[in-house]
Design a protein around this ligand. Structure first.
Ligand SMILES: [Zn+2]
Ligand SMILES: [Zn+2]
Length: 351
């Protein structure tokens, strides 16, 4: 089969690799029909994630069709359309039992980390992928949900909702600011309303992304390039600050911005993947009773979010901005990597 293979920092190719085979009784082989590229894949290509070795097939998002299942798999059969969750979960370890799938202790890939695809085992940017713990790591797709909608449930919608909205403890009537209106920030914007946010403020440097954020439910937008961005934002909260500030970029500046705009007693939910240390001003924050949260997605809300997408309560289809075929995979990477110029949100690649 063909796959995107990591060749060390700065190097990838769409090339021939052996077809995956069943290795454990709980595995399934899935023919990938639709996949996409994540900002994390770009981090890997920069060499920021040294656990990814040369020769690894990249990708942790995908929708496909089951072609083969291991002996112990009873709830899936060849021909089933499935969403591949970016997090594997064995379903029976202590962490899985408490819903902390992000830290599944199952041996596959590595014990203690749920994100294995395109990281510690071969991923989804390929014609076929082996899925461990298939019964827990795959979600059957109902008729009526398109591949393009469903692929947003592999990672971005659960990540924005769980790590942004749930960890940020959004509640009815809240004013929520989301710093960074890329795909995951937009996913937080799209799902903040599920817990009754009254106002959702999108903050970004990019005018196009701000405009787009209104389609996902932002009630106000603020250009963070404006010298008075903070005054504009605080004016929307009578000077008090927002109840919840969600960081969806992953750089020190945007994290600091969140701590500056949150009201006393409010929540800062960090979703961004950071590559550098961030200064935490405890000397200022302690007396303001600020809660700070962060994490790797558990993907334990995927089934719930899938129901909302199926009922057209979440605009999953709006994330896709560019479409490619598998033999154009390198072009898809190029378009996604130049998002500031191409206005790409999610690039969708289909077989
Ligand atoms: Zn991702
Ligand atoms: Zn587990």
């Amino acid at each position: 089969m063909k796959a995107i293979v990591y060749g060390g920092p700065g190097r990838k190719s769409w090339t021939d690799v052996p077809d995956p085979t069943i290795q454990n009784p709980g595995d399934a082989i899935v023919k990938v029909d639709t996949t996409t590229i994540c900002g994390t894949d770009l981090h890997i290509l920069k060499g920021d994630v040294p656990a990814v070795r040369e020769g690894r097939v990249l990708g942790h998002e995908g929708v496909g069709t089951v072609t083969e299942v291991g002996q112990s798999v009873t709830s899936l059969r060849p021909g089933d359309r499935v969403i591949i969750s970016c997090i594997k979960s064995c379903g029976h370890c202590a962490n899985c039992k408490s819903g902390l799938y992000s830290h599944c202790l199952g041996d596959e890939g590595a014990s203690g980390i749920g994100w294995v695809f395109g990281h510690l085992i071969d991923g989804t940017q390929a014609e076929y992928v082996r899925v461990p713990y298939a019964e827990n790591s795959l979600h059957l797709l109902p008729a009526g949900v398109t591949d393009e909608q469903a692929v947003m449930l592999s990672d971005i919608l659960p990540t924005g909702f769980e790590i942004g909205v749930q960890y940020g403890r959004v509640k009815p009537g809240d004013t929520v600011a989301v710093i960074g209106a890329g795909p995951v920030g937009l996913a937080a914007i799209a799902t903040a309303g599920l817990y009754g946010a009254a106002a959702i403020i999108a903050v970004d440097l990019d005018a196009n992304r701000l405009e787009k954020s209104r389609e996902f439910g932002a009630t106000h937008v603020i250009a963070s390039g404006d010298a008075d961005w903070k005054e504009q934002l605080l004016a929307l909260t009578d000077g008090q600050g927002v109840d919840v500030a969600i960081e969806a970029v992953g750089i020190p500046d945007t994290f600091s911005m969140c701590t500056e705009i949150v009201r006393p007693g409010g929540n800062v939910a960090n979703v961004g993947v950071h590559g550098k240390p961030v200064q935490l001003h405890l000397e200022d924050l302690w007396i303001r009773n600020i809660n700070i949260s962060m994490g790797l997605v558990n993907a334990n809300t995927t089934a719930m979010l899938l129901k909302l997408v199926a009922q057209k309560k979440l605009p999953a289809e709006k994330f896709a901005t560019h479409r490619f075929r598998f033999d154009e995979f390198m072009d898809a990477y190029d378009t996604f990597a130049r998002a500031a110029e191409t206005n790409a949100l999610k690039v969708v690649i289909t077989a």
